[in-house]
Ligand binder design. Sequence first.
Ligand SMILES: [Zn+2]
Length: 160
Amino acid sequence: MAIRLLYVVIGGGLGALLRYLLSAVIQKQSKQEMKIYCPNCFYPNDENTKYCEKCGSEISWKEESYKSKLIGSLSHKRAEIVILSAKILSNYPGIKTEKALLKLLRSSCNPYIQAAAAESLGVIGTSKSLKNLEDLSTSGSVIVREKVTIAIENINKRNE
Ligand SMILES: [Zn+2]
């Protein structure tokens, strides 16, 4: 009797623990997939949130306006916001995005910002980006050159 009870407790405990761990993993994964960054404060909100949980800004689900806000954030004075915007923009390809990232790549003197722009251009850039990237592949700082080289390879692969 006592042994059986002990078995149930341990069995239930282990099962419950496993279920808990598994659900934690699943929740973590799905949360990561459904994250949408607030275009104002960059708080990662859950999908289908209408207003940012942190700053209350309206989160637009129209892709074009979200993209425009991200492009606008490329001229933010805080470098980390510029870097984050440049990275997120790799999910929103198009002429406007490519132009904005190229401008950022050419005009910024911060190698981390340039590296982020180069990385995203590698994902969404066309042959139009190659000239600027090639210029930086020799003149940029080490961290920039590395990302620029990868970006050129990726663009060339897509054009093949
Ligand atoms: Zn916000």
